[in-house]
Design a protein around this ligand. Sequence first.
Ligand code: GDP
Length: 534
Amino acid sequence: MLDRAHNSPDLPPEIARRRTFAIISHPDAGKTTLTEKFLLYGGAIQMAGQVRAKGEARRSRSDFMQMEKDRGISVSASAMSFEFGNYWFNLVDTPGHSDFSEDTYRTLTAVDAAIMVIDGAKGVESQTQKLFEVCRLRDLPILTFCNKMDRESRDTFDIIDEIQENLAIDVTPASWPIGMGREFLGAYDMLHNRLELMDRADRNKKAESIKIDGLDDPKIADHIPADLLEKLREEVEMARELLPAFNRQAFLDGTLTPIWFGSAINSFGVQELMTGIGDYGPEPQVRPAQERQISPDETKVSGFVFKVQANMDPKHRDRVAFVRLCAGHFKRGMKLTHVRSKKPMAISNPVLFLANDRELAEDAWAGDIIGIPNHGQLRIGDGLTEGEELHFSGIPSFAPELLQSVRATDPMKAKHLEKALTQFAEEGASKLFKPTIGSGWIVGVVGQLQFEVLASRIELEYGIPVRFEPTQFTSARWLSGPQAKVDAFVKANKGHIAEDHDGDPVYMTRLQWDIDRVERDYPEIKLTATKEMM
Ligand code: GDP
């Protein structure tokens, strides 16, 4: 889909040093822990553990919901930026639970690469597999981190085989583990010919790195007991024979993933992984729009909204649109054209999400993720440019598969409920339908858990306790076609019609038979299960 060869060989240095990526994993594999260590080494936080820190401070970071803490899932995506060596990293967080796949899909449109974290004892789990497939659709380069090597884990070859077979991607070991579980000592860095030894005493300490001259270097015996050393030599020899060597182009094409073995909680293997992202890239990539491809080295600024988040700071009822900059050098105060409304927008308070705080972004470059506070003008899929009409493609919208009606348990609060529901619909968290007959609202989502998250957010952010209940409808279809025909159809089918949060008409039913009938009796009307985001 993306033309990776199209990138200019000499991107401006500020763009070339940017790395924008996401972490995908099955819940519990260690994504949060790894994120903390990234921030620690990125100098963004003083001590690991702060990503999880309780209270208000936590809200500006990757996780900020009560429910998340209670249930141990990550339900909202946000971005964090930090420096590591010469590189500037933009890490976009993805929700881990499958019910939030819609959000995740969109997030993955904003990154250039993904890190796949797997648990060394569990291998490729269901959610890893699903998310991997999304990355595959976009040919995203993938780096793999096999975590929890300090615990009893599976045989190294088994893990690699499983990835190769289940995910149909070649795997090349960037490091090779030495021992496992209690005996885990560290890893042999196969790309730099070094021994990396883990310090169990200090979990935040950098691993000790020992330069060696191949695995026959007698120096190794000072660090590794004879039996483990013999095993290491045998395995590395076999790995070199059986597994592909690292090849940057294959990695960038998404057909080869380098794997590092480590222990996030012990900070082990994390820096090697970060160095890998830095050294092998990719740098910001060309992005597709309906009109043409956008190259990051274009001088004119352009970008698109991939996420809208409301109420990040409960003290200020604000709404932040997360924008992936695709080209150019953005400066604070710039006037950009909001392509959907064709109106100019002065971007005077753009924010960068530096791990422990948000900060005004004085400038930003292609590849960066900036947050733009706004009052609802910016929607998912919207483009911002210096005047050109560009429609960024590939931002998915999903059919709401589950419908429920919602009401405030306190009827006095019904009016405010509408505001909350509209807000979440605009955020892209759910779909909202207002039936033309009767009162009340119907909410559509992709996964059951989203109802619970919504109920919890509506209570937390708006102070309105709500109840979700079954409704008579199970399907929603957007209507399009000649205006007069749509109007006539709407008039004749009032009992089945609702409006979405934009006021567009939607046909609601519980029978596929009804949908077939409409298609047969009203050939000029098109029914669609999703609504275009642009
Ligand atoms: P997430 O759900 O993927 O974000 O996973 P977390 O980072 O919250 O980790 C899940 C659990 O695994 C937590 O209890 C972590 O402390 C633990 N954990 C993370 N990394 C390691 C590791 O390298 N070794 C061990 N033994 N436990 C780890």
